[in-house]
Design a protein around this ligand. Structure first.
Ligand code: GAL
Length: 349
């Protein structure tokens, strides 16, 4: 229920924007997703589709199943179907740039959603403060274990966010590494953010380190839960702190059961209306998007990247067992039943 109050407020704001356009045939708006494997993407597809349809727009949705080339073809295909604005969750921030540069020549506006597409030809980039995600992940683990052997599990290397999370994590860990309090005994990146890949990597790390590590800084709930499956067989689940992200139902349930230590709430109910409002403005040819310009070199950490892009980054929140109910359940982001399933001694509803 709470989830839809926030959305209906957004609908009113957006319908106001779109009313004048309803007379003429509405341009199509495309939604291009890298995958629906991670819980959040399907939810954001539904939220954005509803907001756009309620504002009277036709919506085309396509999923690329982690195939960057296929995603580029899908983006170009949406343009031949008449899409004038496309919201993209990019599988690969470099590869998607080629499709964006091609369709931008035809006047098509592309919004990079959550993940940066590395070209100044995007019309906008909206996301969360991804570096702060990393800081809060590392701090959440350090709150439980502040010295010893640490394992780092990065996200998908083709996702610019994975590097921003790592940047935030290292900002917090580096002083402790330099002082010798922490030793990084394994550092791997999880292709496609795939929990199964993460489990395999953790099995190898358990063997390679002789199970001698004290903490794991993982980069999202999915990959952390994959790693925890392997750690469970080694009797380390619930004993060794580990970080996640996204406040997924399974991740929050794992926190309630004392296995996952920390996750990061990124309230997508604020990001979807923002992206839709921008898409409607762009569809209407509006120039003033109310965003701030950021240099691509800064956002990518790559000095060779030229140009700047209009951006907006939303705040993130650290979630632990202590504030889980308040931040995630009472706010309506996840259900009480989902978070406290099979949790003895769960707090009252
Ligand atoms: C990141 C996103 C995270 C996580 C991950 C896996 O780009 O910011 O929230 O979900 O992808 O899909």
């Amino acid at each position: 229920m709470k989830r839809f109050i926030l959305l209906s407020l957004a609908v009113t704001a957006i319908s106001g924007l779109a009313s004048t356009a309803s007379a003429a045939a509405k341009p199509k708006i495309g939604l291009s997703f890298s995958d629906f494997a991670t819980e959040r993407w399907a939810r954001e597809r539904d939220e954005m589709s509803k907001l756009l349809k309620d504002a009277g727009y036709e919506v085309v949705v396509q999923e690329a199943n982690h195939d960057a080339k296929l995603q580029n073809d899908q983006i170009k295909n949406m343009v031949t179907q008449g899409a004038k604005v496309i919201i993209v969750v990019a599988e690969d921030g470099d590869s998607a740039a080629t499709a964006v540069e091609e369709v931008a020549k035809k006047g098509v506006k592309v919004i990079a959603y959550d993940r940066l597409i590395k070209t100044s030809k995007i019309a906008a980039y909206v996301s969360f403060d991804n570096v702060d995600v990393g800081r809060n992940q590392a701090k959440g683990v350090l709150a439980v274990k502040s010295s010893g052997n640490f394992v780092l599990l990065g996200g998908s290397p083709t996702d610019n966010n994975a590097h921003l999370f790592r940047q935030g994590q290292m900002e917090v860990l580096n002083p402790l590494i330099k002082s010798g309090k922490i030793k990084v005994v394994a550092d791997q990146w999880v292709e496609n953010w795939d929990p199964a890949n993460s489990k395999k990597l953790m099995e190898n790390i358990l063997t390679a380190t002789g199970r001698k590590f004290d903490a794991v800084v993982a980069s999202n709930d999915g990959t952390a839960l994959g790693a925890l499956e392997a750690m469970k067989t080694a009797g380390l689940a619930g004993k060794v702190p580990i970080s996640g992200q996204d406040a997924t139902e399974a991740g929050c349930n794992s926190i309630a059961r004392g296995e996952l230590t920390v996750t990061i709430l990124k309230d997508t109910r604020k990001l979807t209306p923002l992206a839709v409002q921008l898409a409607v403005k762009l569809a209407k040819g509006e120039k003033n998007l109310g965003l701030s310009d950021f240099k691509l070199a800064e956002l990518t950490g790559d000095k060779k990247k030229k140009g700047q892009v209009p951006c907006k980054f939303l705040q993130v929140f650290q979630v632990t067992k202590e504030n889980l109910k308040k931040l995630v359940v009472d706010s309506g982001f996840q259900t009480y039943e989902g978070v406290y399933k099979d949790v003895p001694g769960a707090p009252p509803k």
